[in-house]
Design a protein around this ligand. Structure first.
Ligand code: ADP
Ligand code: MG
Length: 358
């Protein structure tokens, strides 16, 4: 068990009639990489600003290792920050930018010099110390912003979409770097993004927000494999949504049906006792086969080739339209638009959705 560094209890933030945070309760563990993920307007920046001390809460409490910091100004919290629009100082060199937080804290000159060198090394920018920010690319500027935020050895680093302005390839490289920087420094990272791939690939734990409320939190694979409501299943990866009629149940083994076809569904955990189950089915969990060879028969509507995989849209009389993703290198059949096809899945593929959107 690791220790809790931050406790957020019933945090609520109103901007006039807008409820930006609605009773958010969350513990942040010492040293973890925690990501706040949600669509635009879900309250991510507001929550991060509340943690930083820039957005005072309307209600609720924030504690740092058990100490109430709800009303403490940002400079007393001493968190590192890499925010959108929290740019480098344009009139200072790279070196002076990184030194700035240390000078504000009146650290001795020798220590400032040593920390600046160390932080330049962390972000692999040793050769750029004397440049001005305008002489750096976007990715290089973000590296310096990161070095500046880490220079005074903060216990928590807050990052608000730090990579969103960068192109895809550079973003992927910096994701790896940020992750390995986190792992080697042991600093607690609270990272905000609206990009699900970024959240899944970097985080120890992800908190999914919508309309200022936590929908679900957990490790990336838990969230992906066991979304509790439709919003999470849809926001994190792609899902098909199906209604299954329950014919029989024995422990965690259910017999369900779509139209006249019965099949087994494995249901670990709580299953609502209803006649119709709402389930999410990932596109990569559906198998395609020659007509008649699998559980259900349908028609191929569209095929989209993506290189490593192929997306196939099929139509079934009762199930409706389904998206299937199959690796091109081991495709069992070659689907063609307009032709019949058969499809099925394993008993543990459908995920029973037990929660309404919070
Ligand atoms: P996100 O970062 O997830 O996109 P925000 O936290 O910025 O979301 O915003 C959450 C909600 O609060 C939105 O509806 C937004 O319009 C509103 N909001 C954020 N900041 C302010 C502000 N300073 N004044 C009024 N409304 C705000
Ligand atoms: Mg934001």
């Amino acid at each position: 068990m690791s220790d809790t560094i931050l406790t957020i209890a019933d945090a609520t933030k109103r901007y006039g009639s807008v409820l930006a945070l609605d009773h958010v309760t969350l513990d942040v563990e010492e040293g973890e990489f925690l990501t706040l993920l949600g669509p635009s307007g879900s309250g991510k920046t507001t929550l991060l600003s509340a943690i930083a001390g820039f957005a005072p809460l309307s209600e609720g409490r924030i504690e740092l290792r058990g100490r109430d910091i709800t009303h403490e100004p940002p400079e007393h919290r001493d968190f590192g920050m890499v925010f959108q629009g929290y740019a480098l100082f344009p009139t200072m060199t790279v070196r002076d930018n990184i030194a700035f937080p240390l000078k504000v804290r009146k650290r001795p000159a020798a220590e400032v010099k040593q920390r600046v060198e160390y932080c330049l090394g962390l972000v692999q920018m040793e050769d750029f110390a004397d440049r001005m920010p305008t002489q750096l690319s976007g990715g290089q500027q973000q590296r310096i912003a990161l070095a500046r935020a880490l220079s005074f050895e903060p216990q928590v680093l807050l990052l608000d979409e730090p990579l969103s302005a960068l192109d895809k390839k550079l973003r992927a490289d910096l994701q790896w770097e940020l992750k390995s920087l986190h792992d080697s420094l042991g600093v607690t990272f609270i990272y905000v993004t609206h990009d699900q791939d970024e959240a899944l690939s970097m985080s120890d734990r992800v908190v999914i927000l919508k309309d200022g409320r936590i929908q679900q939190e957990g490790e990336p694979d838990t969230l992906y494999n066991s979304p509790r409501n439709r919003f999470v299943a849809d926001f994190l990866g792609k899902s098909n949504f199906l209604q299954l009629s329950v014919k029989a149940r024995e422990g965690d083994a259910l017999t369900c049906a779509i139209g006249g076809t019965d099949f087994a569904v494995k249901a670990p955990g709580d299953v609502p006792s209803v006649d119709i189950l709402q389930v999410a089915l990932r596109p990569e969990r559906i198998r395609l086969a020659e007509p008649g060879a699998e559980m259900l028969d349908g028609t191929v509507r569209q095929v989209s080739y993506l290189g490593e995989r192929c997306l196939v849209m099929i139509e079934h009389e009762e199930a409706g339209t389904l998206m299937i993703s199959q690796p091109t290198w081991k495709a069992g059949v070659t689907p063609r638009a307009g032709l019949p096809i058969s499809f099925g899945w394993d008993a543990d593929a459908p995920v029973i959705l037990t929660g309404e959107a919070a």
